[in-house]
Ligand binder design. Structure first.
Ligand SMILES: Cc1cc2nc3c(=O)[nH]c(=O)nc-3n(C[C@H](O)[C@H](O)[C@H](O)COP(=O)(O)O)c2cc1C
Length: 375
């Protein structure tokens, strides 16, 4: 058996999707041993931090017309997970519009103190017009939503790091505002951002600490990452990259592929089609017509964020090698989803993570030898 090795300095990080909405992470009627309630989620969070996961990502949804019938609110749910854990960082998903940056800055600063510096945020920009209409929230065009998200993040950073903060944006205004206390984490809690259109990538290259994107192949991801990192470098900005993957790790490849086939065979066709319709307001509605879900097939959409496309489906070794291939194109974090969360997070921690660390260590050793060799 492979022994876990100490992570390297630039070791890949691992996050999991918090199933705080019902129906799990796949739009399928296949039975899932996953529950959206608190008791299950607290046990899952404890399992994940023991297994070696660094982050838990909550979801924000006010309503859903495509499955995910019940949804717990992300900030309050994050707090409950933080109370149940000691090391895990929990990312509260936030939607500019319903949330105002003054409220978020205060709320998250308090949670940061209560949790000993373990809260982060994921700023989402909105793709579900039906949800906005349902709650009477003004629906902005695609790039305007991202312009608002950028101001939202700029305002948060300003409030969290400056006294007498003033800001004159098109969406938010602050005058000599001093938040006390400031967050515990310095300079501020980590700011993640989800989305992959041109506007999303530009925000990542300018204001976000982390860029989260849907599942994809290493080649497609490389295109996005190269674009972001070139711009970030020009801006003197540091951004790291997280990618979604639905993991099906089994002792044999046949077993893993059989599970995928079963998920797809039991796809909830009406819900998947409704979801496919709703997400046309995402990247496809941008001026460039590109971004998340712009080219997703029916099968891709069975996992909400194109998680099958990353192809972490197979044996632990196949998965570990594919994870290293993601790292090679500039991925810093893998965001994972599972069919039966608790038991599969445990399996991933026991069988996949040690192999990833072993491969990373081998790579680092090879690189060190390369450096030591005379030219
Ligand atoms: C990892 C990840 C997590 C996301 N979480 C949420 C969420 O909880 N709620 C939500 O409304 N949108 C969420 N989104 C959607 C994004 O904020 C964005 O609206 C969508 O990906 C469309 O992006 P694009 O138009 O830039 O392609 C998430 C996206 C990603 C990649």
């Amino acid at each position: 058996m492979v022994q876990p090795l100490a992570p390297q300095r630039d070791a890949l990080k691992f996050a999991y999707w918090v199933p705080n909405v019902s129906g799990g992470l796949v739009v399928s009627t296949l039975p899932q041993r996953t529950d959206w309630g608190l008791a299950y989620n607290q046990q899952l969070a404890q399992t994940a931090e023991r297994a070696g996961f660094e982050y838990a990502l909550t979801q924000i949804r006010f309503t859903a017309g495509y499955g995910a019938e019940y949804q717990h609110e992300s900030v309050s749910f994050s707090q409950a997970l933080l109370h149940a854990t000691t090391r895990l960082k929990v990312l509260a998903a936030l939607l500019p519009g319903p949330w105002h940056p003054a409220v978020v800055a205060k709320q998250i600063a308090t949670i940061d103190h209560i949790s000993g510096g373990r809260i982060g945020i994921n700023v989402v920009s909105g793709w579900f017009k039906g949800e906005f209409t349902a709650i009477g929230e003004h629906w902005l065009e695609h790039d305007e939503r991202y312009r608002r998200s950028r101001e939202f993040i700029q305002a948060l950073k300003g409030i969290w790091t400056q006294d007498k903060f003033s800001f004159r944006g098109d969406f938010y205004r602050f005058t000599d505002y001093t938040l006390s206390p400031k967050p515990l984490q310095q300079p501020h809690p980590e700011i993640f951002q989800g989305g992959s259109s041109r506007a999303a990538r530009d925000n990542a290259a300018t204001v976000s600490d982390w860029y989260f994107t849907n599942g994809n192949t290493p080649e497609e991801l490389k295109r996005q990452i190269d674009d972001i990192q070139a711009k970030a470098q020009a801006n003197g900005h540091r951004v790291r990259i997280g990618v979604n993957a639905f993991v099906i790790a089994r002792d044999t490849e046949e077993e893993a592929q059989a599970v995928l086939a079963d998920i797809l065979k039991h796809a909830h066709v009406d819900a998947v089609k409704a979801f496919g319709e709703a997400v046309t307001q995402a990247g496809k509605a941008s001026p460039e017509g590109e971004g998340n879900w712009a080219r997703s097939t029916f099968e891709d959409l069975v996992q909400y964020n194109d998680g099958f496309r990353t192809n972490l489906i197979g044996t632990p070794r196949q998965i570990a090698e594919r994870i290293l291939a993601l790292k090679a194109v500039g991925v810093d974090l893998v965001l994972t989803g599972f069919l039966h969360f608790i038991e599969e997070v445990e399996y991933f921690g026991a069988k996949v993570l040690p192999l990833v660390r072993e491969l990373e260590a081998a790579q680092a050793a090879t690189a060190a030898v390369g450096i030591a060799q005379p030219a």
